[in-house]
Design a protein around this ligand. Sequence first.
Ligand SMILES: [Zn+2]
Length: 323
Amino acid sequence: MRIDGQSNLEVMGHRIALDTSGSPGQACFVSHAHSDHVSALRNRHRRIIASEETMALAQAEAERAEEMDGLRLSLLPSGHMLGSSQLRVEWDSQSFTYTGDFKLGKSLTSKPAEVKETDSLMIEGTFGDPSFSFPEREEVYEQVAKFVTKQYNSGGIVILGGYTLGKAEELIAVVNKFCGLKPIASDRIAWACGVYSRFGVNLDVAKIGTPEADELMHDNFVAVLPQHQVDFDLAVRLSKQYRKSVYTAVATGWAKSMKFPVDRAFPLSDHSDFAHILAYIEAAKPKRIYCCHGNEERLARELQARGWSARPAAETALGAEEF
Ligand SMILES: [Zn+2]
């Protein structure tokens, strides 16, 4: 097998695009529904490998890839968001696993990642640097819930921001479960909550513009919006409009390393921090590791220093020898 430098897995005469757009007729694996991973679904005439949840969230209809001679393909949960999957490919007595975006541990809205031993591993390195370390998820849930409950009970309006797919739904789950409140949400977030609920993750939310949301907004309320819409300007506008105090917060893995124009930034990440990347690798025991999706060079160096055979996945495009 080899990775061709453009994120194609070549094995036993087959070529599988890994979260890239592929070419006509090609089999393409789509790990999850975030926009930077679904290009194969936007191009026609691809044969798609993806979970039902990912297809629903991407609102895609596509030809599905059938059996591939000599390969056993399976999807393992990756813990990143609803439907997010790793691709595991087995042939003869060998195995390859591509994590896609992943995180370890429990969350209110996604299945935990499953880790299996594998000969070759292609792993994402968004936070593949030892400086990234996140608190326990339950702890962050508690921080969010405390913030929401305190400001809401004081008569304030609380606006939470997160990525439309994945994070916003998790914030709604936190507000439902730990604050006992039904937030209002933007159109697309409310729609995504419907898909989550359809796949067994029940979320209680009111779509902005509906009579139910109007009713909730007569008094103080909690709203969950796309992260880029939540800032001090919005807080000022809403405060004037509703004549109430408005409190804003976002939830993101970059909470500690970037500044956000909000009252609070909670370190709630959909990706693994460095310790969890190492924990995954120690459990998977790969003989060779390809690092991808951000920080791959740093991650490869850190892994090499710890005795692992690792390199950035793109390096093979530069003519580097295969492992
Ligand atoms: Zn993602």
